[in-house]
Design a protein around this ligand. Structure first.
Ligand code: AMP
Ligand code: MG
Length: 895
């Protein structure tokens, strides 16, 4: 039977499927007698003379050769310093692994003897996995060493002391095997089931792969419970191990259907019973596919798996290369990334059961499956679990956590078999506590409005410059008095508390006064960027049911008669001047909306996010501390008001006494002009999207060591971060959707390598990384970033359906408040930070602007000549990311 699953050269290079047995012998050993013993054993067992022939045959076949000699290599290390021997031996073992074997040259086996002293030797047996299974290797070692002792005649049945269960009495039916495996793996293609925590290895060609290992033991109680549970439900203990591993993979990668490798031992290995089986390897490695259904109870699921496993049994003998070939997985791609091995008794335990001199000998098996992760399960009374992982691909601590989660799932199964599979806990109590304390961001939340914070600042620094624009400037007192007058004037025009007022203005001192006037009147402002298309502006005005539209004369030409009655702040200035300039009593409810900002909607229409004062106040108070702003600061405001980050630029200086310098949109979008303004104004703080920072650098801007940079709105790449760090005072990465009020995390970026984290939650904010069923995920595993706390907006204006879908009650145990589902993918990384990984949907960012591709596709589909369309955000070479639409035109119509 062909079992050549070692079919790739690379596998050989990496020592895959090569096993080393290391024996420690505290006795005198004669090398030449040992060599003779080996030769006799090899002559006796055809299995040890097996090679794989792949030339001149349609598919690789096993061939038994005659006249094979196994030489013994002897190394006398007795004169080497004692302290260095073990390390030398480790090195030697590694180079021995790299040597591999030529598969067609017998024997696929070699023996090396090291002399450490008169009575201390090391014996290394290196062989290809195909040659020997656990029982056979014990048999062979037993025969060799006892032959050397010479007091027993080897070769007779009584000397073979390990029993194995007889192999299934059948001839393989290839057609049936093929049909079975094809259907088992139907639809499995592309990349193998992801482990959820693997990284691209940074392998340097020629360097061997390094491996790490962790172990955990389950209690005897858990072991007993699992055994009983398996027996009660017609399954084996192995089924439970497999089920728990499948579940772990599913929780880690979110896929409902997982594939991993399985390997089981043959025979029990009770000594003193003669085996009639020849020496060889009858274990087989197989792919196992499990579809996860988390709705039923654990017990129902075990029964189902038990039945499925019984159906594989007749096809357990099929070789892995064949199964691979029958699958839809491309050649060269592994079928699986993880392997679950059910271990029998260890080699050491088997040999020690022989008693006598075997009690002083130690044997250790060194084997690497070649999979990035192998889980070994030792079903003893206290089941031991081991993870062997490839360093560089799997992080040391991530693999330890992974093993912990596997154990946690098994304990969960033992504790509550009647509970639904979906309720099985993955995280340890310690991990849950850690998440809890990470999220403990409680800070004082004063029950005030933004306008209260501003008025308090006016009282502190009435004569300092508050805002400057185009050569003019207003002090805090001037700004405050003007906005008080505007508020009173607007109230006379019909503004009432709780109303929404459009703010269609270009950056200017009046724009800020108008905005404050709206807020002081108890209303919410709806920012309307004059550069937006007419239909878009009109949609927002209609959707927001504006009470008023605050604008300015020079925008008169873009106004439409059907729009709300405009108030031209600049033409009614005289009437405004006539109003009382003292502060107004708060006219509204305790916590009304401060603004409603529209963002792209996937179903074709933008949606208005309603942000209450309390959320804005919380954000501003947090930002005052980190990144920090004070009276000595000058902030350069460049964001368009329709982008929520403008809220930080406009309000943060006003509550901290810093000066706000506003720039024209024309300057703010032209890198050279912007660089000139920066040089002239010398701001100490500036916020912009990564795209804009990049544009600035590319225009030749040299930075400023006194400048604190806040990056927000889209992912900050490492290379940009480092370039900015080299040129500026400090760089902060802020993350947050409009729905949770500008920023929900803030991270001070350090020079370094690897992705730039987005940091941790700001004050009074809780962040969770959840799977699709809203269960918390462990560190390192990607899930949806979900945000709770003071920043969570009220919802979408007039869209209860959408609000209910995105703003959900906190589903976590003991969790309170509402959570906003961002649709962002993230994971917890070391040092208590979060890393942003992308989106779960079709939302993209173009120069910081949030765009739902679906909204554009919807707009295209309304054109009579467009039959179908797809929109992508493409990044082509050096061209900045842009939107590209592909359309299928209906030829019967004119475009
Ligand atoms: P917006 O509502 O315009 O603030 O857009 C919010 C979205 O922008 C988030 O859900 C993220 O997808 C993305 N985003 C915002 N800030 C960052 C950041 N610092 N890093 C990566 N993505 C970000
Ligand atoms: Mg944002």
């Amino acid at each position: 039977q062909a079992a050549a699953w070692w079919d790739r050269k690379a596998d050989r290079r990496e020592g895959r499927d090569l096993v080393q047995v290391l024996g420690t012998l505290h006795e005198a050993v004669d090398p030449s007698r040992l060599e003779e013993a080996w030769q006799r054993v090899v002559a006796r067992h055809p299995g040890l003379r097996t090679v794989i022939r792949s030339e001149d045959v349609p598919e690789p076949v096993q061939e038994v050769r005659g006249g094979v000699e196994v030489g013994l290599k002897f190394e006398d290390w007795s004169d080497r310093p004692e302290a260095s021997r073990e390390a030398l031996l480790e090195q030697w073992l590694q180079s021995d692994r790299l040597r591999g074997f030529d598969l067609d040259r017998p024997p696929l086996l070699r023996v090396t003897l090291f002399r450490f002293s008169e009575c201390e030797f090391r014996l290394v047996l290196t062989y290809h996995r195909m040659l020997l299974d656990a029982i056979s290797v014990a048999t062979v070692i037993h025969e060799v060493l006892d032959d050397r002792v010479g007091d027993r005649t080897p070769g007779d049945a009584s000397a073979v002391l390990f029993c194995r269960s007889p192999p299934p009495d059948r001839t393989p039916d290839v057609a049936a095997e093929q049909a079975y495996w094809r259907s088992h793996l139907r639809g499995v293609f592309g990349t193998p089931t992801s482990l959820g925590i693997d990284q691209t290895p940074e392998t340097i060609p020629g360097t061997p792969r390094a491996w790490g290992e962790h172990a955990i033991t389950l209690s005897a109680d858990v072991g007993r419970c699992l055994g009983n549970l398996a027996a009660k439900n017609g399954a084996s203990l192995e089924t439970l191990f497999r089920g728990a591993w499948a579940l772990l993979l599913h929780r880690y990668n979110g896929e409902p259907d997982v594939v991993f490798g399985v390997r089981s031992p043959t025979g029990g290995g009770s000594p003193k019973e003669p085996s009639r089986e020849p020496v060889g390897n009858r274990t087989n490695t197989l792919p196992l596919r499990i579809r996860i259904d988390e709705s039923g109870s654990v017990e129902q699921w075990i029964r189902k798996m038990g039945i499925d496993e019984a159906s594989v049994r007749p096809f357990e003998g099929t070789s892995l290369p064949r199964i691979r070939r029958w699958s839809e997985v491309e050649a060269g791609t592994p079928l699986f990334q993880s392997l679950l091995v059910l271990e029998g008794p260890s080699l050491n335990a088997r040999l020690r059961s022989l008693g006598d001199s075997w009690l002083t000998r130690e044997f250790r098996v060194l084997a690497r499956s070649g999979c990035p992760v192998t889980i070994h399960c030792h079903p003893e009374s206290e089941p031991a679990l081991r993870i062997v992982y490839e360093k560089g691909r799997i992080d040391d601590s991530a693999s330890a956590r992974m093993l912990g989660h596997f154990a946690r799932l098994l304990r969960g199964i033992a504790e509550a078999p009647e509970s639904p599979v979906g309720a099985l806990p993955l995280l340890s109590d310690a991990e849950l506590e850690q998440l809890e304390s990470w999220n403990d961001t409680r800070a004082e939340v004063p029950q005030v409005r933004v306008t209260d914070l501003i008025e308090a600042q006016v009282a502190r620094t009435p004569d300092r410059i508050a805002i400057a624009y185009g050569g003019s400037a207003w002090t805090f007192r001037e700004l405050d008095r003007r906005s008080n007058r505007i508020a009173r004037y607007l109230q006379r025009q019909g503004l009432c508390p709780g109303a929404r007022v459009g703010l269609l203005m270009e950056p200017s001192l009046e724009m800020v006064a108008g905005l404050l006037g709206i807020l002081k009147g108890g209303a919410a402002y709806v920012p309307l960027d004059p550069e937006l298309p007419e239909q878009r502006l009109e949609f927002m005005m209609r959707d927001a049911r504006l009470a008023l539209l605050v604008t300015q004369q020079r925008l008169r030409t873009i106004l439409r008669p059907r729009w709300p009655t405009p108030v031209f702040l600049d033409s009614v200035w005289q009437s405004i001047e006539a109003e009382d300039d003292q502060s107004l009593p708060w006219p509204g409810t305790a916590d009304p909306d401060a603004y409603v900002i529209y963002t792209s909607g996937s179903t074709g229409q933008p949606k208005g996010v309603c942000v209450p004062h309390s959320a804005l106040v919380n954000l501003l108070r947090a930002m005052r501390e980190r990144p920090g702003l004070g009276e000595a600061d000058v902030l350069l405001g460049i964001a368009t008001i329709s982008f929520d980050i403008a809220g930080l630029e406009l309000f943060l200086p006003l509550i901290t006494g810093a000066r706000l310098d506003l720039l024209d949109r024309r300057i703010a979008t032209d890198a050279r002009a912007l660089a000139e303004s920066i040089a002239e104004i010398q701001p100490t703080v500036m916020q912009a999207t990564p795209s804009l920072w990049r544009m600035l650098l590319e225009s030749g801007w040299e930075g400023d060591p006194n400048l604190k940079i806040i990056c927000g709105g889209e992912a900050l790449s490492r290379d940009l971060a480092n370039r900015l760090l080299a040129r500026c005072g400090s760089v902060w990465n802020g993350y947050g959707p409009t729905e949770t009020t500008i920023y929900s995390t803030m991270h001070r970026v350090e020079n370094g390598t690897g992705p730039v984290p987005i940091g941790r939650p700001i004050a009074n904010t809780r962040i969770y990384v959840l799977d699709s069923k809203l269960r918390a995920l462990p560190q390192g595993v990607a899930g949806e970033l979900v945000i709770g706390g003071a920043g969570v907006a009220r919802g979408y204006l007039g869209r209860p359906d959408l609000t209910a879908e995105k703003f959900i009650p906190n589903p976590l145990a003991g969790g309170e408040g509402r959570l906003y589902r961002t649709g962002d993918l993230a994971r917890h990384v070391a040092e208590g930070s979060l890393e942003y990984l992308g989106r779960t949907d079709d939302q993209v960012k173009i120069r910081g602007f949030r765009v739902e591709l679906g909204e554009i596709e919807f707009a295209l589909s309304r054109h009579p000549s467009v039959r179908q369309s797809v929109v992508l955000a493409r990044h082509d070479g050096r061209i900045a990311r842009r939107l590209v639409a592909y359309v299928v035109v209906d030829r019967s119509r004119k475009l």
